[in-house]
Design a protein around this ligand. Sequence first.
Ligand SMILES: *Cc1c(COP(=O)(O)O)cnc(C)c1O
Length: 398
Amino acid sequence: MSLSFESICVKEPKDTKRNKPHILPIYASSSFEFENINEGIDIFTNKKEGFVYSRYANPTVESVSQKIGQLESYGLEGEGTAMMTSSGMSAISTLIAGCLSQGDKILTQGNLYGGTTELIKKIFTRFGVEPIFTNLKDYDHIESLLKSDPAIKMIFLESPANPTLACVDLEIIAGLGKKYDTLTAIDNTFCTPYLQQPLKWGIDFVVHSTTKYLNGHGNSIAGAIVSLDKEMMRDKIWATMKLLGTNCNPFDAWLTHNGMKTLVVRMEKHSSNAMALAEFLNNHDKVEHVNYTGLADHSDHELAVKQMRLHGGMLSFEVKGGVEAGKTLMNNIKMCTLAPTLGDVDTLILHPASMSHLSIPREIRIENGITDGLIRVSVGIEDIKDLKVDLGNALDFC
Ligand SMILES: *Cc1c(COP(=O)(O)O)cnc(C)c1O
């Protein structure tokens, strides 16, 4: 059929699909065409595998999701099913919206990622999901809560968690969840599956802000939800994601894919640099104490050794001299970047009392472990010599 000028302008070229690209292509396509009506019916009714509409599934996003599922379930029986979402927050909101209903309770800890605490308190309470914030390390108390309150339908945790890198025993929590028929979920952003595989200990769901270490280069916002239970992923997670529209876009999935290729070398270097920096700071006379699970004096050192391959790139420390010393340190840092994110290849440093937590009353801030001179460092993969010089010089001003 010969086409007119306007129709040629509009027509999609066909032969691009015959190429064999070495690198994952970005499928910037909102929908997918069918060969004929029967194929359309088969795909729509799940008789045949295929793509329909990118909010439901997209080839680029699905390829990267599959990789995250494989990594989280590496070496385990059964393959993890993963779905990427538009952010870490959308992974968490999709998980909660998909699994909990009005009248259900979510049992969690006070020291969660700030956005997660707000999401649970400000949004989900309006839909009748009640949070219980408690110390998840008090396992006897957790058991008595679960025993006495069957409305608790999910335990949501972070390990290690800001700012002290406190850890929770994943095996114990997963066991309690199974015993009392309560779903368990963890935010594994700090570790990535290279350092910690919560599914191995029996945790039902893993969520990620892939924005952080999985991408590693600070150029995308995305998240992921993973489980070994395919049915739950389809019926609870996918069914919710496609209606909330919390799906990941192909470009951010693609950027995450690029980053994940170097995940192992990055996590090894983040961890060895953080270990060396933690020891350096621990011996510095301007530093009150250092929070890093790799240090033998950290209260969760042994637990971290049990459930983590290495101790990761996150640490915090208390500079002597309170808020003023914290500000002075920030103002004299030369190489590290002052930025409110983590997990990038370059070192990021934050003084919560004067930055992220400035508007929070002092008593509440301190209650949550954000003391006046607390400095959080996302240790990058630079030469450790430069890191020591930069922090050492800045500490000399404090
Ligand atoms: C950043 C972060 C989130 C939120 O992720 P976004 O991708 O920014 O939505 C959730 N949990 C943890 C631990 C984080 O560091």
